[in-house]
Design a protein around this ligand. Structure first.
Ligand code: PGA
Length: 253
């Protein structure tokens, strides 16, 4: 953790959740007690179909909502796309962009991710920009170089600590139960902080929240959150169980 940064735990529901599952969100809100509120920010990123309802259900809870992706465009003939403006209109305040599932399954390049992050910022959403290496890239000793390259391509110029969150998610750790060692996370998060310093200036970089994501659970959250420059978590699978999500948030607080 970085002492001067208020941590953020964001849940990425991915393509999971029907109306009945909003009970997970309200359960989380019930468990988000005064002590946790004082120490950690929470956000829930349900599928777009539930975003308006989730925002309404969480009104007054101080839990934010976010989209899982956004278009590079504000509006127009882009069938099937959801714009950042539309996400903001539901009450959302975050947008995950560049998740590895988008980069891999939808061929999103860092240039596209940057355009999406810019669109999010223009709509006054805070983009959670995801970066991370594959297993092959890590085994080839290229993890840090790959992540730095993704950052250079994906981070909008002029981003500030208030308008940007970065999530380091090693692709091989997502949904696999595998996590990097604390030493590997420390090395990567320091490299990310330094690269952001080169891109945005040291003062700005020092305040940007750097989340770790990839198989975060209540049982490993404390160890991961104790690593220097880890300012919270982006949680997939475990965010679908209120108790697990709250357990991770508690470890962060
Ligand atoms: P996971 O997913 O926690 O299920 O590994 C993380 C993510 O994809 O954001």
């Amino acid at each position: 953790m970085t002492r001067t940064i208020r941590p953020l735990v964001a849940g990425n529901w991915k393509m999971n959740g029907l109306k009945a599952d909003l009970a997970i969100a309200t359960e989380v809100a019930k468990g988000y007690d005064t002590g946790m509120k004082a120490a950690v920010d929470l956000a829930i990123c349900p599928p777009a179909t539930l975003l308006y309802l989730a925002s309404a259900a969480l009104l007054g809870s101080r839990i934010a909502t976010g989209g899982q992706d956004c278009s590079t465009q504000d509006s127009g003939a882009f069938t099937g796309e959801t714009s950042a403006v539309m996400l903001a209109d539901t009450g959302a305040t975050f947008a995950i962009v560049g998740h590895s599932e988008r980069r891999t399954l939808h061929g999103e390049t860092s240039a596209t991710v940057k355009d999406k992050a810019q669109a999010a910022q223009k709509a006054l959403l805070v983009p959670i920009v995801c970066v991370g290496e594959t297993r092959d890239e890590r085994e080839a000793g290229k993890a840090v170089a790959i992540v730095k390259k993704q950052l250079r391509g994906s981070i909008p110029d002029g981003s500030t600590a208030a308008t940007l969150v970065v999530a380091y998610e090693p692709v091989w750790a997502i949904g696999t139960g595998l996590t990097p060692t604390a030493a590997d996370v420390a090395e990567m998060h320091e490299a990310i902080r330094n690269e952001l310093g080169r891109l945005l200036g040291k003062v700005t970089a020092a305040g940007v929240r750097l989340l770790y994501g990839g198989s975060v659970k209540p049982s490993n959250a404390a160890e991961l959150m104790n690593v220097a420059n880890v300012d919270g978590a982006l949680v997939g699978g475990a965010s679908l169980k209120a108790e697990d999500f709250l357990g991770i948030a508690r470890a962060c607080a």
